[in-house]
Ligand binder design. Structure first.
Ligand SMILES: NC(=O)c1ccc[n+]([C@@H]2O[C@H](COP(=O)([O-])OP(=O)(O)OC[C@H]3O[C@@H](n4cnc5c(N)ncnc54)[C@H](O)[C@@H]3O)[C@@H](O)[C@H]2O)c1
Length: 278
């Protein structure tokens, strides 16, 4: 018997619910697991072909979904996504703001400023626009749950580029601020901070072989994470099992962020740490 997450007949939107390549991305896993828990899932992606596999996986499990092609950096498109969700399923309970990109290379000195602004639009503004459209509908439903996709790098410095970690840290601030603003309306807002998850996004950036193994060994649990690990955390935060939790940033990272700032002698107590041994 499958677990009851209290999501039967609830309505959930997952942005970036496709995956850019075959395999299980964070958005795809979240969409499939939410549908498996009985929710009607609105899968949103700017690339319609990326949603085909997500919908297939949902259908194979007997779930319900609607695919909506939309660019979540457009205010009108975000409003239309919410209108389509409510039009199809009558209400809105859950919003997963998953869209995010690696962004441009560079430091503040040399990052391309147009690319910087586009990264802000994709990784941060999209969450504001989708939430702005969704919250009035959640109020009408008597509450809701919003889950924003941050990253472990949003909790730490040391990343080689300035754009990605800056946007992911901003997602942390956005999440806490929204939780305070909308808690009195029964709307919970939490963030996930995935660590070295092996997804199609990561694979497409050429992370394989040695680099993949290094990522696996970098965290105390020394176990490779997948989109399903992130999706399971979404499932928990989406429904009433987390009804008393808002404003948190939950690392899903095999303990990676638990070692941040620790001296090598401390981290060695958690097992070998290749990045620091090297
Ligand atoms: N994989 C990791 O190691 C890792 C770690 C930390 C955080 N994350 C975060 O996870 C999220 C992505 O996860 P994923 O595995 O689902 O990625 P993915 O690249 O597989 O899928 C993202 C989807 O978003 C879609 N998309 C891109 N721009 C869009 C737009 N403007 N409007 C609508 N859709 C758009 C793409 O077409 C793609 O199908 C990001 O926020 C990323 O920062 C990933």
């Amino acid at each position: 018997m499958s677990a009851d997450f209290g999501l039967k007949d609830k309505v959930a939107i997952v942005t970036g619910g496709g995956s850019r390549a075959p395999g299980i991305g964070n958005g795809r896993a979240a969409a499939v697991l939410l549908a498996g828990a009985g929710a009607h899932v609105v899968v949103v992606d700017s690339a319609p072909e990326n949603m085909t596999q997500t919908q297939k996986l949902i259908a194979e499990r007997g779930g319900s979904s609607l695919a909506v092609t939309a660019d979540v950096t457009s205010p009108d498109a975000c409003a239309d996504v919410v209108a389509q969700a409510v039009g199809a399923f009558g209400r809105l309970d859950v919003l997963v703001n998953n869209v995010g990109v690696a962004g441009p290379p560079g430091t503040v000195v040399d990052v391309d400023l147009d690319a910087w602004e586009q990264c802000l639009r994709l990784n941060l503004n999209s969450m504001v626009l989708m939430s702005r459209a969704a919250i009035p509908r959640m109020r009408a439903a008597g509450g809701g749950s919003i889950i924003n996709m941050s990253s472990a790098v949003g909790l730490a410095g040391g990343h080689p580029t300035v754009a990605y970690p800056t946007t992911k840290a901003a997602v942390v601030g956005l999440t806490r601020t929204m939780a305070a603003h909308h808690g009195p309306e029964g709307i919970r807002v939490n963030a996930l901070a995935p660590g070295y998850v092996h997804t199609p996004m990561v694979h497409s950036q050429g992370v394989d072989g040695h680099a993949r193994e290094q990522r696996r060994l970098a965290a105390p649990l020394a176990t490779e994470g997948t989109g399903w690990d992130v999706g399971d955390a979404v499932l928990f935060l989406a429904g009433p099992r987390s009804r008393w939790i808002t404003g948190v940033v939950l690392p899903v990272d095999a303990g990676l962020t638990a070692t941040l700032g620790a001296a090598p002698s401390v981290t060695s107590a958690c097992g070998p740490h290749p990045a620091r041994r090297a």
